[in-house]
Design a protein around this ligand. Structure first.
Ligand SMILES: O=C(O)CCC(=O)C(=O)O
Ligand SMILES: [Fe+2]
Length: 380
């Protein structure tokens, strides 16, 4: 999988020219061929790389899975109900908690997410909203059945079904990130691009985009493939009061069309008709009350009511501010057994495609949807 101009996901950028040739030979549209998006021999361990550890999590793209538009639903924010002394999530004496930076990122060892009571899950939602991204080490999450993992994630909201990404057979609620063993397409990518960084908040085009999000590692390269996160609430706080005040009341459009087109152009799927939604540029978190910048270069298109040059300039400023703010970012290193939980409402993230030895990288994401973004008035 090479990083894309849109959200990094499992579309593996097959060699389009080769696919077209193959399709012409078979007299079928090349897009029908693109389902074989990894080398099954390599995934089985027959080509010099180790076998996929979780083959039941390998991506499939089911063209028969199409869905009607998402219906609005009432989101229950469990983070609001949490005991913020975290007695269930972070019991004293048994759990080690290391903050990666002052504003964003924490590493936790010594608690098994899969055993949390509902009170513990409420605490999890709140702790993640406060810390923005938390890496839980030594988890058994990947070894649960896929249904058990989904049941756990479903506590936090309605499962989002991604419009284009690969999923384990029969489980479209799981979004897979997979770069197959022996896949060296990254070389082609870097022939034309200087960096794989692509900041985004996941599927911000939805009317009710996801909140508490789970990403767990299945297979990883020896080194590389870390994930970067930025604290969009701290990014808001760093702005001058005058500038913050001006941003309040503005809305931006977020579009799913480009991601859908990208998928179709590469022979991928489209599970739902693409949507465009407007969201406030500054949104408020329902549990913490924090305000955060909510525009991202992957899905945001323009600021409503501004002229194109004005909108482009303001969005570029906000994207640069988030991207250059290394003093409110965290870099999460994956270890075997890590589950990373982030709050997609107050963070952005980027995959880093920096390993070039053809080692497999395979992760699964469970992403419950949350409330429709709302804003609360500017406070000086
Ligand atoms: O591969 C990664 O590190 C992150 C991919 C991503 O953007 C996601 O899972 O939402
Ligand atoms: Fe993402």
């Amino acid at each position: 999988m090479a990083p894309s101009a849109v959200e990094v996901e499992t579309v593996q950028v097959p060699d389009i020219a080769a696919l077209k040739l193959k399709a012409a030979a078979l007299n079928s549209p090349y897009k029908e061929l693109a389902a074989s998006k990894f080398d099954s021999d390599a995934e089985a361990g027959l080509k010099g790389h180790k076998a996929a550890k979780y083959p039941h999590y390998l991506p499939t793209w089911d063209r028969t899975q199409t869905y009607p538009p998402l219906e609005p639903f009432e989101h229950v924010e469990h983070g609001k109900d949490a005991d913020t002394s975290y007695p269930n999530l972070l019991p004293q004496g048994t759990v080690s908690v290391t903050h990666l930076t002052p504003s964003i990122g924490t590493e936790v060892r010594g608690i098994q997410l899969s055993t949390l009571s509902n009170a513990g899950k409420d605490e999890l939602a709140r702790f993640v909203a406060e810390r923005k991204v938390v890496a839980f080490r030594d988890q058994d999450f990947a070894d649960l059945s896929i249904q058990e993992a989904l049941d756990f994630g479903g506590y936090f909201g309605r499962h989002h079904i991604h419009p284009t990404s690969g999923a384990p057979e029969g489980y479209p609620e799981i979004h897979l990130v997979h770069r197959g063993a022996g896949d060296n397409s990254v070389d082609k990518f870097f022939a034309n691009r200087t960096s794989s960084v692509a900041w985004h908040s996941d599927v911000s085009y939805e009317q009710q985009p996801p909140g508490t999000t789970f990403l767990y590692i299945l297979d990883k390269p020896e080194t590389g493939g870390d994930t970067l996160f930025v604290d969009a609430a701290e990014a808001y706080n760093r702005l001058s009061p005058a500038f913050r005040e001006r941003l309040h009341g503005l809305k931006a459009t977020h579009s799913a069309h480009e991601q859908a087109n990208y998928s179709l152009a590469r022979g991928g799927i489209q599970r739902r008709e693409p949507v465009i939604n407007e969201h406030p540029i500054i949104r408020t978190h329902p549990a913490t009350g924090e305000k955060a910048i909510y525009v991202n270069p992957q899905f945001t298109r323009d600021i409503v009511g501004l002229k194109k040059e004005e909108s482009d300039a303001l969005l570029k400023f906000l994207y640069d501010h988030l991207a250059y703010g290394a003093d409110f970012q965290a870099r999460v290193k994956w270890e075997e057994g890590t589950v990373v939980v982030w709050d997609n409402r107050v963070t952005q993230h980027s995959a880093l495609v920096d390993w070039k030895n053809g080692q497999r990288r395979h992760l699964a994401r469970i992403q419950p949807q949350a409330e429709r973004p709302f804003e609360t008035p500017f406070e000086g």
